[in-house]
Design a protein around this ligand. Structure first.
Ligand code: SF4
Length: 374
């Protein structure tokens, strides 16, 4: 049986030019990145494109390709053009097969932006809000603020005539000690078209930063405040985190995993070609995102074999919570137990509610109230 693919995340560079304190890749449990080639090779790019071509003949539904890292722009402009041009040969329909780059924005320059425009590749920039929010965790390797360098990159992006397509928005990790409204208004003011927020990685064994315990509401309060401001904003910029919840409540489907009851097929390709499960699982234990027998894209049919495998199907099932508390929970169909990595504990594996359970309840019930759904 063929299990569908929704997102293929390609790690084109395994190092980063920043040293963010919350990074799941470099500060997480899995330190495998040290053994990965710094950049993806031409051989691996060719194998990926060949495999993608095969997938499109088996799967009618489109899927997204995301260039990720480390910092993907460490790939350099020549190699970036190589991978994007080859990807667009096998994926010419850019609406059915969106290609995106998730970058810290520092290496954005006119040449790179032009290449992205030419190959219809959108750019999302990681920025946690105003300078004082961004300066909590996003440091350079010598411990300095990365803020102005990121803003310089965004300025170049919004100066491009194709900016409406190119700059897809910003991705901010929540810093619960900051003002969500100040961050949101700032990101709007710099031209972010979509403001996505992410809960910090953490679980029952490794508590998220600034979360005191299972009952505490630091993140829920922050999100609740942002939600109220967002719904009262007469000129809002979409916040996917909330829009996905609203879609589910209104009977639709979210765009991303971690909410609701839908399964998302996500695979990751490492710079050496290894095929992995969703790499956010690395915030749990070393090896959490490995498939058995370490499949590699450079082996003929490896991607198709994984998509047909039981292991891939089982890996998607982890998205659904299994603990009694979630199963009995009246908002499970909205919350979906949150991201699997936040349900993990050393003792009970993924058989727990999310460490963010009370936070999820706080902003979801607030949303239901604001939507006057009881
Ligand atoms: S709110 Fe808590 S109990 Fe309910 S589904 Fe989410 S994590 Fe599970």
């Amino acid at each position: 049986m063929f299990n569908s693919l929704d997102t293929l995340l390609i790690k084109v560079a395994s190092r980063c030019n920043l040293d963010c304190s919350y990074c799941y890749v470099y500060q997480g449990q899995d330190q495998n990145w040290i053994d990965q080639p710094k950049r993806i090779s031409t051989e691996t790019i060719d194998s990926i494109c060949k495999s993608i071509d095969q997938v499109t003949t088996f799967q009618n539904k489109g899927f997204a390709v995301v260039l990720h890292g480390g910092e993907p722009l460490l790939l350099g402009s020549v190699k970036l053009e190589e991978i994007l041009s080859k990807l667009r040969i096998v994926l010419p329909n850019y609406e059915k097969y969106p290609i995106a780059i998730q970058t810290n924005g520092i290496l954005l320059n006119d040449e790179i932006i032009e290449i992205c425009s030419h190959y219809k590749t959108s750019i999302s920039v990681s920025l946690d809000g105003v300078k004082k929010s961004n300066d909590i965790a996003r440091f350079t390797h010598d411990g300095q603020s990365s803020f102005q360098k990121v803003i310089n990159g965004i300025d170049k992006l919004i100066a491009h005539p194709d900016k409406d397509f190119l700059f897809s928005g910003t991705l901010s990790v929540i810093q619960p000690t900051t003002s969500p409204i100040e961050n949101y208004e700032y990101l709007k003011s710099i031209g972010s078209k979509s403001i996505d927020v992410l809960l910090q990685d953490g679980n029952h064994t490794y508590l998220p930063k600034n979360k005191e315990n299972f009952e505490s509401l630091e993140y829920g309060t922050w999100l609740g405040e942002l939600l109220e401001h967002y719904l009262n904003d007469s000129n809002p910029v979409p916040i996917r985190f909330f829009d996905d919840l609203i879609k589910i409540i209104l009977g639709g489907n979210p765009d991303k995993e971690g909410k609701g009851e839908n399964f998302y097929g996500i695979l990751v390709i490492e710079t050496n070609g290894d095929i992995r499960k969703n790499d956010t699982l690395r915030a749990t234990f070393n090896g959490a995102d490995y498939f058995e027998n370490s499949p590699n894209i450079n082996v003929p049919n490896a991607l198709l074999d994984i998509l047909r495998s039981n292991e891939y199907k089982e890996a998607s099932k982890i998205q659904k919570p299994t603990c009694e508390e979630c199963i009995k929970c009246e908002i499970n169909f909205i919350c979906g137990g949150g991201m699997p990595l936040s349900r993990w504990s050393k003792e009970k594996n993924f058989d727990n509610p999310s460490i963010y359970c009370q936070d999820h309840k706080h902003y979801i019930y607030k949303l239901l109230d604001l939507m006057e759904i009881k």
